[in-house]
Design a protein around this ligand. Structure first.
Ligand SMILES: Nc1ncnc2c1ncn2[C@@H]1O[C@H](COP(=O)(O)OP(=O)(O)OP(=O)(O)O)[C@@H](O)[C@H]1O
Length: 272
């Protein structure tokens, strides 16, 4: 996809880029020293990383590592005990146009089963103050046009994932935050999602995508953030993680042990 950027200017710390007929507000994600205790559990102890515009950043860690809790803090759904999680230099709750800045998929679309996809999207257009025609536009972007008049109750998990993504895109955000979006997608759906996210980033968007499945991220991301037991243990370009012959899987296992192992030889990413 060719980017025709005709103008950019700074809006707070957000970059507003106009490109062809489409415009988006792009912004960097900055997480620093983030911590959150839930009951007796230190769900997040020290998460520090950046997700940059124009890049797809994978947020990888084993089950229970703290990925969802970190993303919930980033999206203003949980209050950090310490540290900051900023989008374009601001907490989510202080963004002037939250849905026009960030699209998030944390859970499968919680639409009423009797509602059609079109009805679901149109009600979110009304809630978010978006033009009603956005429903059909995001359906086209996510390959949902043929399903618009079907009831959500009959959707497969993969179609629900697409509907969630379509809903997140209604405000034409420049930042996408996706928590395990490949769950329930078949191989063709995974390839489609990977291609969609790469094009979104190629247009200048910021993508942060979490997963505990290595193979989901291996071919679709530019940068990698590893989290283990609530701490980011490695951040950097994926190419640095694997270029010296260490497989992603081997490096992942090494860096999600007890943290005592050395970095893969030649790896220049940052180890926390
Ligand atoms: N509501 C909660 N009540 C109690 N403990 C919680 C709660 N939410 C998260 N935790 C705990 O916090 C830790 C981090 O959980 P989190 O869901 O953030 O991990 P995750 O990396 O997203 O895991 P997964 O890959 O399995 O989704 C885990 O030990 C989890 O059990």
């Amino acid at each position: 996809m060719i980017i025709l950027t005709v103008r950019t200017f700074s809006l707070l710390s957000l970059e507003y880029a106009t490109e062809g007929i489409r415009s988006m507000i792009t912004a960097q994600i900055d997480v620093s020293g983030l911590a959150k205790r839930i009951g007796d559990v230190e769900a997040v102890r020290d998460a520090t990383f950046v997700a940059a515009p124009g890049r797809v950043t994978g947020f990888l860690g084993p089950n229970g590592a703290g990925k969802s809790t970190t993303l919930r803090m980033l999206l203003g759904l949980a209050r950090p005990d310490a540290g900051t999680a900023l989008i374009g230099g601001r907490p989510y709750t202080e963004l002037p146009d939250p849905t026009g800045t960030v699209g998030a998929v944390l859970d499968l679309a919680g639409a009423h089963p009797a509602m059609t996809a079109r009805g679901h999207l149109r009600s979110y257009c009304a809630l978010g103050g978006h033009a009603v025609g956005r429903a059909e536009q995001v359906a086209e972007l996510t390959g949902m046009t043929d399903y618009l008049d079907r009831r959500v109750g009959g959707f497969s998990t993969g179609m629900r994932q697409r509907l969630s993504l379509a809903t997140a895109l209604l405000g034409d955000p420049g930042v996408l935050v996706l928590d395990e979006p490949s769950n329930g997608l078949d191989p063709a759906g995974i390839v489609w999602l990977r291609t969609f996210l790469r094009e979104f980033a190629a247009d200048g968007g910021t993508v942060l995508i979490s997963s505990h499945v290595l193979t989901e991220l291996q071919y679709g991301i530019d940068d990698l953030v590893l989290i283990d037991r609530g701490r980011t243990t490695w951040t950097g370009p994926l190419s640095e993680f694997t270029e010296h012959g260490t497989s992603l899987e081997a490096a992942f296992l090494e860096l999600t042990s007890d943290g005592a192992s050395p970095l893969p030889t030649g790896t220049e990413g940052i180890r926390a």
